[in-house]
Design a protein around this ligand. Structure first.
Ligand code: ATP
Length: 457
């Protein structure tokens, strides 16, 4: 078998995800809605397995981290304290020829010009004007842009506002981590957690991304898996390295992602309160290296902001020394869609077989695979085989996610399971009826062996 992995494109991944029920375009029967996707039957299993793996490493295997699940709607002041109402915006310019909107900072980056995050709209406009002759509309190729404007990314809603003209709108979360800061005091007051400790959460976030694109990479609704680790002031450096290492290890050891497809990237432009910021990037098909997760050293910014805006004292009192301080925060924030895409891309393999045909196989770690065992009766029209296969399927289903399939020839059934990443297929044949043995076929080697049913259960 030879491997043709390097030729894989984003289109191949999107196509497999649709064809095999992993991810569907959102609201498809209505013609679709940009930047929204639905996870299908296999997608939701894979997504849940990735989440479980993340939760296990970050909560269950840690006695210094606890999990929460906060309400999506929050007091409107939360998003003022977080800086989202004032500053959570993308600088955009519209092409006067085709009305396509471009992200000014991103397009400048393409021609090697860095726009500082701290720049005002006027400064950015000046930089844009200086480089205008080098910037072409990616849609129509013309060079005729309107002014640079900031577009707020928060998604508004109207919880409890029955007239629709509330002056203080509620927002859907722009990021999942705010729920953690809001519950910092609750966790300190109600658990035995002492600094240093962390809080973890997987939560939905919504952003009015102007140009959602690249499949699950930039969507308008997403899920983020976050940890916020609280440390004593100025005790951030060493812990930050530990946090970074632990995150990297999860990708490689727990998810089995190839290390050569991952890299670190440090932020050049730090936001004013941050002490350091690194991203883990994955080498996505067609896109190249881009951010999956941000690991940020945020100093005391978040809890200071919420102390000021909520007028609730979020200082921590050290139970031993009685010392009072606002804890510093080390944040890890990963997009579930982006990690899902990385896991599928990394597992996606096209192999040429000895007979000249080829097969697509998702070489997922068995713990992540949407289906752990597929169970087939050799023939559909032999009731005794079907009955026995159903029995084995039922038994295994008590402990694993299994699939029963009696459709088409065995070769086709194997191909289907290969494409969804099922590690092992079990075939019930006439010998099974005599001695309770079955054929078990390995996804990666395609080798088969004979085992007793009792060994499986
Ligand atoms: P980018 O610079 O790509 O817009 P960001 O730096 O704004 O991302 P954060 O606010 O740090 O992203 O969010 C943390 C994580 O959430 C990111 O690493 C990414 O995995 C995910 N994420 C952010 N925006 C989106 C989006 N629009 N669609 C999917 N995932 C996203």
């Amino acid at each position: 078998m030879s491997d043709k992995k390097s030729d894989v494109s984003l289109e191949d991944i999107v196509s497999l995800c649709k064809r095999r029920g992993f991810v569907y375009p959102g609201s498809e029967i209505y013609g679709g809605e940009a930047g929204l996707y639905d996870y299908g039957p296999y997608g939701v299993e894979l997504l849940n397995n990735i989440k479980r793996s993340w939760w296990r490493r970050n909560v269950h295997l840690r006695d210094d981290i606890v999990g929460i699940d906060s309400a999506m709607f929050k007091h409107p002041r939360v998003w003022e304290a977080s800086g989202h109402v004032g500053g959570f915006s993308d600088p955009l310019a519209e092409c006067k020829e085709c009305n396509n909107r471009i992200r000014v900072d991103k397009e400048l980056a393409v021609i090697g010009v860095t726009a500082d995050e701290k720049m005002t709209e006027a400064e950015l406009q000046k930089l844009f004007d200086e480089n205008k002759d080098k910037l072409k509309c990616p849609n129509c190729g013309k060079k005729n842009f309107g002014p640079v404007r900031a577009f707020n990314l928060l998604v508004k809603s109207n919880l409890g506002d029955f007239t629709g003209d509330d002056e203080r709108p509620v927002y859907l979360p722009g990021e999942a981590c705010q729920g953690i800061y809001l519950n910092f005091k609750n966790v300190v007051d109600t658990t035995r957690m002492k600094i240093p400790f962390g809080i973890a959460q997987i939560g939905k976030a919504f952003r009015n991304e102007i140009s959602p694109r690249n499949f699950l990479f930039r969507t308008r609704e997403m899920e983020q898996a976050d940890t916020q680790y609280f440390v004593r002031p100025n005790e951030n450096k060493e812990k930050y390295e530990e946090v970074k290492k632990d995150r990297w290890d999860w990708y490689v050891s727990d998810l089995g992602i190839s290390e050569s497809k991952l890299r670190w990237s440090q932020h050049d432009n730090l936001v004013f309160y941050a002490a350091d910021a690194w991203d883990i990037e994955y080498d996505y098909p067609s896109l190249g290296f881009d951010e999956v997760e941000g690991i940020h050293d945020r100093t005391d910014y978040d809890l200071t902001q919420h102390t000021e805006f909520s007028e609730t004292d979020l200082h921590y009192r050290d139970p031993q020394t009685n010392e009072k301080y606002i804890p510093w925060v080390l944040e890890t924030s990963m997009g579930m869609g982006r990690i899902f895409m990385a896991v599928v891309s990394d597992a996606y393999t096209v192999e040429e077989l000895e007979d000249g045909s080829s097969r697509t196989v998702l070489k997922l770690k068995p713990e992540l695979a949407p289906v752990r065992y597929a169970v087939f009766p050799l023939l559909k029209n032999k009731p005794e085989l079907v009955e026995k296969a159903r029995e084995v399927y039922k038994k295994l289903s008590e402990n694993y996610v299994c699939e029963f399939d009696d459709n088409g020839n065995i070769g086709k059934r194997y191909r289907r399971q290969d494409e969804i990443g099922t590690p092992e297929c079990i075939v019930i044949d006439f010998d099974t009826l005599v001695d309770d043995t079955v054929t078990i076929r390995d996804r990666d080697t395609t080798k088969q062996k004979r085992v007793n049913i009792s060994e499986l259960v």
